[in-house]
Design a protein around this ligand. Structure first.
Ligand code: HEM
Length: 469
């Protein structure tokens, strides 16, 4: 009897294994997975950019990593382009996960994690509203410059600039830009500090974020999501308080509310979800990139001096740099590209889901980190070297390198805030270097080893600022 049970169990196990490896064979080849656990234990999912780099190197740019669900990993630029641009419609889904729904306010709501017709409609509407408000153009340039002026005033008033935590002023500046676009008002430096710092920094850095992805029931516990949700809800209420849809809208939330009258796909749940998506996506990434810009400048004094010389000769010191100046400032544009390439903040990208070619419903990760950190076109990619983007004529930028600098990803689902982010990065970096010499604190070495917490972040380190004119 016992023998029969053992044989039955053994046969079931063998059968399950055969079935498992038949299932594995449907996907592009990758590191050998084990039944039930796949490649878990082989990859450190918190430091995916190095883990994926190591285990995907022998598979010609495409492999499957079992997490244990299959994740098809693309790491070469040409393959990512073939998938996301040439076959774009097959790769526009997003995997559905309860953790992601946390910020969604409505089933399949918002832009970042929604799919199908609702994604298309919400993205189209959001971009159209932002265009009406001058996204990436002069209106937003004025708004960004005004938020930068507030930040510079805050720094100017500091009595001691020998040991400055730049995280905080950059954070308020970026939050104020997004807040003004979305909700029509700004936070004052003096009043908003503790609340914003708690909400935005602690929650995003939290390991609970990662736990929530693996253990979705955690999302129902009150301590992860509600702070952010409540913050967004309060801001929307403030924006809509007293607003009549007969009036000209003055911010995103009001414009969306007005469009709800004529478009059935727009409703209250999606209003909250889209505002939440743009508010959250719009600040953490840009702020982290600017924090990288500060430490990279502090580390590379010669590059910073050359950038300042260009800014002072083109813009002078009596006004802030503008978008028009960029045409005459190739080194400044090269610096922003190189900061984004080296910072590589969203190293994990945002996963997509397939419809065809590989089994439908499979998660896909386009490894933008690998492209920017290892593509052979970037000579000595480990070096921070903005000069690499400048063509031989000394003025134009190299298109082949720009094509592979893809921090916003590519294709139909690429970053919806790219043009705003670029305005913020270009203007803020130029204004900071125009006004200040950014230096390490006395006797301290700048540490460029990233912290992998959702985004690749620079380590907390204070800087010394000296007036540059
Ligand atoms: C340096 C700053 C930024 C970086 C590096 C960045 C990067 C990204 C990346 C890699 C994606 C995923 C794209 C894909 O799936 O292929 C994304 C999506 C998105 N980003 Fe950004 N982003 C930045 C700033 C912003 C800003 C300022 C906003 C809004 C104001 C924004 C809004 C969004 C939205 C709504 C999506 C989802 C798009 C969709 O699913 O259709 N991002 N971003």
């Amino acid at each position: 009897m016992l023998l029969a049970i053992v044989i039955a169990l053994f046969s079931s196990l063998v059968y399950a294994c055969i079935q498992y490896y038949r299932y594995v064979a449907r996907y592009p080849k990758g590191p050998f997975p084990l039944p039930f656990i796949g490649n878990h234990g082989v990859v450190d999912f918190e430091r995916q950019h190095t883990g994926f780099e190591r285990i995907s190197k022998d598979f010609n740019g495409i492999c499957t990593i079992f997490t244990p669900s299959p994740l098809v990993h693309l790491r070469d630029y040409e393959l990512i382009k073939e998938a996301f641009i040439e076959n774009g419609d097959d790769y526009i889904g997003r995997p559905q996960n309860k953790m992601f729904e946390m910020f969604a306010f409505a089933p399949n709501g918002g832009v970042i994690n929604s799919i199908g017709d609702n994604w298309r409609e919400q993205r189209r509407t959001a971009l159209s509203i932002l265009r009406d408000f001058g996204m990436g153009k002069n209106v937003q340039e004025t708004l960004v410059q005004s938020a930068i002026t507030d930040m510079l005033d805050y720094l100017d008033e500091m009595k001691d600039r020998t040991n400055v935590d730049m995280h905080w002023p950059i954070q308020v500046m970026i939050v104020n830009v997004v807040n003004e676009i979305m909700f029509g008002f700004r936070h004052k430096y003096a009043e908003s500090g503790p609340l914003l710092k708690f909400l935005l920094d602690r929650i995003f850095s939290s390991k609970l974020m990662f736990l929530g992805i693996s253990l979705p029931f955690l999302v129902d516990l009150p301590f992860i999501g509600w702070h952010v949700q409540q913050f967004v809800i309060d801001n929307i209420h403030r924006a809509l308080d007293g607003y009549s849809t007969d009036d000209e809208p003055s911010c995103f939330a009001q414009a969306y509310k007005q469009r709800m009258l004529t478009n059935k796909a727009l409703d209250e749940g999606n209003l909250y979800a889209v505002c939440s998506d743009f508010f959250l996506a719009g600040m953490e990434t840009t702020m982290t990139t600017l924090r990288w810009a500060m430490v990279l400048m502090a580390k590379h004094q010669q590059i910073q001096d050359r950038l300042r010389a260009e800014i002072h000769s083109v813009v002078g010191t009596n006004r802030l740099p503008s978008l028009n100046d960029q045409n005459n400032m190739p080194f400044s544009r090269a610096c922003v590209l190189e900061v984004q390439r080296c910072a590589n903040v969203l190293s994990n990208n945002v996963y997509r889901e397939t419809r065809q070619s590989i089994p439908a419903g499979t998660m896909v990760n386009a490894d933008i980190h690998h492209v920017m950190a290892h593509d052979p076109l970037f000579v000595h990619p480990e070096k921070f070297n903005p000069q690499r983007y400048i063509a031989e004529d000394g003025n134009t930028l190299r298109k082949d390198l720009i094509e592979r600098t893809i921090p916003f990803s590519i294709g139909k689902r690429s970053c919806a805030g790219e043009s705003l982010a670029k305005v913020e990065l270009v203007l803020c970096l130029a204004a900071m270097v125009q006004h200040y010499r950014i230096l390490p604190c006395e006797g301290v070495e700048i540490d460029l080893e990233p912290l992998a917490r959702g985004l690749l972040r620079p380590r907390d380190q204070n800087l010394r600022l000296e007036k540059a004119f």
